[in-house]
Design a protein around this ligand. Structure first.
Ligand SMILES: [Zn+2]
Ligand SMILES: [Zn+2]
Length: 446
């Protein structure tokens, strides 16, 4: 039988709750203050504790801290703090001290039962999953575009087909939700996750390609970051100036935003990546530094159903070096050799990828006006992908100046170019809301 400990000096409250929980199949223990509560917790190791905040001898904050300092099962006991305090700072402190949930008295008993139920479900999911804390609902690998635009969100009637949100791609694989970049598209993704998983604790990984605004601007609006049951792991390479956490939190500082990152109640961890190869659960990830102002990478995720390469911002070298007149010896032979070798590194990185999501911001006429802006001509991205025997290319990071008609035109041109190059690759323009399961049906794999 599941065990629960009620710690509260209000005997009427405690009695009512004990009756309710016993009726729900819990074995209930009761304590009238924090000290006695801690003793009972050590003795009976309950799965859950409902604890008052203000009590004689040992308050709820201290109870949480003492329990979290314990090894083994007691450190994992779920704690619900109940209190009459309406102050947000008390709630924050309780969660910091290790509480899992916080309810204001008079509590809604159904809400408490729902929370306890979620703890049980989460525990069961953890026990079943090979990967603790991961989302287990989806088995097959799939990905979805939540933001496909580069530079700046461009809502409006001329972009409704491809969408106006900036970079964000969700990948579900091997029980993981991996989010590629936190552009404004992540807001809608957050709402979807919150609706789909309700209050089930989520463990999400956000891989940031670089910290330009169009790749991080949606983060303050990501609903799962406001749920204290969720854990967010933000991974990126060290930027050019400040550390990752400082860069992300500074966009939320006053006067830019009303809530600081420290006030976001979820458990957010930051990891500045060092190695170019690492794992997220069972998913192997490789990264490559690309040609873009500051520190920017592309990622490739290897799943059982195929690999997904994501290179959202990149200026390919060959056209850049051929057209740039500012460098030393522009157009010289050794400059061209250098450019070729640099692009070949990327070819190697994306070699044989099932899916490539790649910067294709400009067309042939636009590129000469944007040399050195850090983005590629679509023709070059297509040619590189064909050369690397990529199976499916998605033109990505659409220019804010491009309306739906222009993007469709660029996609058609890309398809013609693939045919001219004798490639089998499928190519289309990434569109917000597009969801694709791996393996992608196409000429490469039937
Ligand atoms: Zn960008
Ligand atoms: Zn950028």
């Amino acid at each position: 039988m599941k065990r629960i400990l009620l710690i509260d000096d209000d005997v009427v409250f405690r009695f009512g709750l004990a009756k309710l929980l016993a009726g729900e199949g819990w074995h209930v223990f009761e304590a009238e203050d924090g000290e006695k509560g801690l003793k009972l917790a050590m003795q009976y190791r309950p799965e859950a504790i409902v604890c008052d905040l203000h009590m004689p001898r040992c308050n709820g904050f201290q109870v949480c801290r003492s329990l979290r300092a314990q090894d083994g099962t007691l450190g994992k006991t779920k704690i619900v703090i109940t209190t009459s305090s309406l102050y947000p700072s008390d709630r924050e402190t309780a969660l910091e001290c290790g509480a899992d949930s916080y309810l204001i008295k008079p509590i809604n008993q159904l809400e408490l039962l729902a929370i306890l139920n979620q703890f049980n479900e989460a525990e069961a999911a953890r026990n079943n999953a090979s990967n603790p804390g991961a989302v287990t609902r989806s088995q097959k690998t799939k990905f979805k575009f939540w933001g496909v635009r580069g530079s700046l969100p461009t809502p409006g009637p001329s972009t409704v087909h491809y969408g106006g949100n900036t970079s964000c791609v969700e990948v579900r694989t091997e029980g993981q939700v991996i989010i590629l970049d936190a552009g404004t598209g992540i807001r809608e993704l957050g709402l979807q996750l919150a609706g789909e998983f309700k209050n089930q604790p989520l463990s999400l990984t956000i891989l940031i390609s670089h910290t330009h605004w169009d790749h991080i601007q949606g983060f303050p609006f990501f609903a799962p970051a406001y749920n204290p049951r969720n854990s967010l792991h933000v991974l990126a390479y060290e930027g050019a100036r400040k550390g990752l956490e400082a860069t992300l939190s500074s966009q939320m500082e006053s006067p830019y935003f009303p809530i600081s990152m420290q006030q976001m109640p979820s458990n957010i961890s930051f990891l500045e990546l060092k190695d170019l190869s690492f794992k997220i659960g069972n998913v192997r990830v490789e990264a490559i530094f690309v040609n873009h102002p500051g520190v920017c990478v592309g990622y490739r995720l290897f799943t059982q159903e195929g690999s997904i390469a994501y290179v959202p911002d990149n200026e390919l070298f060959q056209r850049l070096k051929a057209q740039d007149t500012t460098g030393s010896n522009p157009g010289g032979e050794h400059v061209q050799d250098f450019a070729l070798r640099q692009d070949q590194k990327l070819t190697q990185f994306i070699k044989g990828a099932d899916v490539l999501i790649m910067d294709s911001q400009y067309d042939e006429d636009e590129y000469p006006k944007h040399i050195g802006w850090g983005h590629s001509c679509a023709d070059d991205s297509v040619a590189l992908a064909v050369g690397a025997e990529v199976k499916n290319l998605f033109l990505f990071h659409h220019d804010p100046m491009h309306d739906d008609a222009k993007i469709s035109q660029m996609a058609s041109r890309a398809q013609e170019l693939v045919a001219r190059l004798g490639g089998k690759m499928k190519v289309e323009a990434a569109r917000e809301g597009m969801e694709i399961e791996l393996p992608v049906p196409g000429p490469g794999n039937g």
